[in-house]
Design a protein around this ligand. Structure first.
Ligand code: NAI
Ligand code: CS2
Length: 489
């Protein structure tokens, strides 16, 4: 086995970045780029304060207990790994709801940190649902109870947009230039959507603040890519065998990409030399990645989970599923993309299939299947609409939508049950209860959810029929039947 070890830079530095969403991805992506930057450069002003606004307090306190050092294992395959120690996170905070039911344990230090003039960038990975936007239209969900709470009490916010608005309000009041907001979540136009959430929320308390944010704050878009599955007990065992006993460690693939719109009025790390691609327009890269990579992931997730397949690796090891992905990418996703000259989408598709076949990752399909309501518009549906409007058929996407509808019943094709993890799970359950025995009515009811499905797509008879037919075949003949029907068509 080939093992390369990179120790953390021995020195510490000042905090220049606040990150919201201290999950697996942040630790294995952004923090790795900044660690490499620190190793190479004498600029020590870009240390990170990383905060969780939800969920994982154990990680926050565990990192503090470990002196804010942890490990990342980057696997090219099961025989080739690079082990990095990361020291660039200088501080970890928690402002979510604690076990005692109270919110905002570290909210005061977090907001103080965000108002510090030394902090010039705030990055986010709070998942798609953390922006509280209508997934199809991108409008702020002003009636969501979390957003309503931030509107009622804007100086003690709980949501990411609320925390950004309050921190920016403080800077404005203190006469401190605003930080740049860099969204690193898998959303289309992720900078624009983040700006919209913050400006709309700020407008509920002070229209002048909202106008100032709109005018003064940069929200560059970014495309982020590295497969970093949730850690499993098995991953920790593998790391112990490599001499790493670290509860805060993460495992991911060796591949990593970060394409960032170059709009940082208060400065940024000179991270080009560490592989960050600084461009004028991220949209083509973002759309390509969302539709080709993430679209394929979601296709595997719903079809595979319904068959009881556990991981991406297990799924793409099946010839019929990898053939489906190739067809989806080349015939249904690639034609919707407008890429810079020289982009080879066939080669890109091949590289994705090779990454999915990485035998060292246990990337669970149930993890990818989570939050489908927040993911499907940008992965499948916006591209599908463009194709269907010019008369193209979309059999793979229609099968994917049928699988998603069936998946949200919480029971696979063989009767095994699983929890449906989605902000709209209660609505899904209600639709299944109402239309359990009528495929057409069930599909119609799902396609009528205009906060997920673009209404113009739901109005296309050929698409509706294709989804209903796919749903019937999938539920009657199973995955293999549905895939061979697709080949016959
Ligand atoms: P994770 O489950 O390890 O962490 C999720 C993070 O989101 C946690 O920090 C959690 O506190 C936060 N969060 C969840 N719901 C929230 C809410 N409503 N408000 C505020 N914060 C909330 O997941 P991971 O792997 O870190 O992924 C997070 C996001 O990063 C993904 O949703 C995606 O947008 C992006 N990403 C992930 C990749 C991966 O392979 N893991 C690759 C590319 C992007
Ligand atoms: C996955 C992504 O969880 C999901 O929905 O599709 O997190 C995927 O692993 C990353 O975007 C890869 O960069």
């Amino acid at each position: 086995m080939s093992i390369t070890r990179y120790p953390a830079a021995p020195r510490r530095g000042a905090i220049g970045i606040v990150h919201l969403g201290l999950g697996a991805f942040h630790r294995a992506h952004q923090a790795v780029y900044l660690e490499r930057y620190r190793q190479r450069s004498s600029d020590d002003t870009w240390g990170i304060c990383s905060a969780n606004l939800r969920g994982n307090v154990v990680l926050v306190d565990g990192l503090a207990a470990a002196g804010h050092r942890y490990h990342v294992a980057e696997y090219a395959d099961s025989q080739t790994v690079a082990l990095r120690e990361i020291g660039v996170i200088e501080e970890a905070l928690f402002s979510g709801r604690g076990a005692d039911g109270h919110w905002g344990r570290d909210l005061a230090p977090l907001l103080a940190r965000m108002a510090d003039p030394g902090v010039r960038i705030v990055t986010l990975t709070v998942t798609e649902k953390g922006y509280f936007l209508n997934p199809a239209s991108g409008e702020l969900l002003a009636d969501d109870p979390m957003i309503a709470a931030d509107i009622a009490a804007p100086t003690t916010p709980r949501t990411a947009p609320g925390i950004l608005a309050e921190a920016l309000a403080r800077r404005r009041e203190l006469g401190i230039a605003p930080f740049t907001v860099l969204c690193c979540d898998n959303m289309p136009d992720n900078g624009g959507r983040t700006r919209h959430a913050v400006v709309k929320l700020a407008a509920c308390r002070d229209v002048e603040l909202a106008a100032w944010i709109e005018r003064e704050v940069a929200f560059p878009c970014s495309m982020v890519d590295r497969i970093v599955p949730a850690m499993t007990a098995e991953d920790h065992v593998r790391l112990v065998e490599l001499g790493i006993e670290d509860p805060n460690a993460v495992v991911g693939e060796a591949f990593s990409q970060w394409v960032v719109e170059d709009d940082f009025p208060q400065g940024r790390p000179g991270w080009e030399a560490d592989g960050v691609e600084m461009v004028e327009d991220v949209v083509p890269f973002e759309t390509m990645k969302l539709r080709m990579l993430n679209g394929s992931h979601s296709l595997l997730a719903y079809l595979g989970a319904l068959e009881g397949i556990e991981t991406v690796f297990d799924a793409v090891s099946r010839e019929d599923l990898s053939a489906l992905l190739r067809r989806y990418m080349l015939e249904e996703a690639a034609p919707t993309l407008a890429m810079p000259a020289g982009t080879d989408l066939v080669a890109y598709g091949d590289s994705l299939l090779a990454r999915f076949a990485n035998d060292s990752l246990r990337h669970r399909l149930q993890q990818i299947a989570m939050d489908g309501s927040q993911k499907l518009p940008q992965r499948w549906l916006q591209g599908a609409l463009a194709r269907i409007e010019v008369g193209e058929a979309l059999p793979c996407t229609a099968l994917g939508v049928a699988a998603w509808v069936r998946y949200t019943a919480g029971q696979d094709l063989h009767g095994a049950q699983y929890p449906v993890d989605d902000p709209l799970a209660a609505r899904f359950a209600d639709l299944h209860a109402r239309h359990a025995d009528d495929a057409e009515a069930l599909v119609d009811a799902f396609l009528a959810m205009d906060d997920v499905i673009p209404p113009a797509l739901a109005r296309q008879p050929s698409f509706v029929t294709a989804v209903v037919d796919a749903y019937r075949i999938l539920t009657r003949e199973g995955l293999a039947g549905a895939l061979s029907a697709l080949v016959r068509d």
